[in-house]
Design a protein around this ligand. Sequence first.
Ligand code: PDD
Length: 281
Amino acid sequence: GVAFLDGQYVPMSEAKISVLDWGFLHSDATYDTVHVWNGAFFRLDLHIERFFGGLERLRMSIPFDRAGVTQVLHNCVALSGHRAAYVEMLCTRGASPTFSRDPRDAINRFMAFAVQFGSVANPEQLERGLHVSISQRMRIPPVSIDPAVKNYHWLDLVRGLYDAYDNNAETALLLDFNGNVAEGPGFNVFAAKDGRLSTPATGVLPGITRRSVFDLCAEAGLVAEALDVSVEALLGADEVFITSTAGGIMPVTKIDSKAVGNGKVGPITTKLKDAYWAKHD
Ligand code: PDD
């Protein structure tokens, strides 16, 4: 892969930052990821927009405008030569030259990189549907306080993943502070019941794939709503799927020991998944 760091394009192995960077010490950073499939970005403008929204909320500034970041990302991909890539843009608070504890003294650090990557779900998982475990852990407050800032607070998600592996599942779903379903490590979730779709409204990252699902539902004449999704509603759904830039629309056919619907990938999921990938041509 190729990274852009401190104004230069370098091989991934040479992309290094100081351990005194607040991004590392305090998770004081924001980022966004976008994928390249068949050599092309998908909805890059929306990812750039979300990234700049995070920068503004965190009062960080970078020496590029939207067009400049777009160009850096294109350059990383072109230099890497990858046709399928995981592309990330990020900004950390940076380090304070005097080690002061005032964030205004830190020099914000913008970085980007492109690494070769296929999908978070393999073809077999996409065919049979993923097995998910509902973690009793709650998605941590920073995410609920300002979910629009895409952040690196993943302690809860990673612990949720270990819980899931202990339960012989492949990934985890975390709850919000009211005990409703929130999101998982890198994805949003949808449930379909009697032809209507729902996805958690609050306390989750407003995913761009989630937004694509709303667009696709509108085009297909399906009702999709953002509302509270209880654990019971999820377990009683006909179909469940998760959404992420890194995997698109991925079916879920088992939640803990219970089959979702008839345990097979359902027609709504298949229809939306096909429509989603058709947009990539
Ligand atoms: N993850 N929720 C969280 C906590 C995420 O990190 C992500 C994205 C999503 C889905 O958002 P989107 O559809 O915009 O990708 C939801 C990225 C892909 C990652 O793990 O790098």
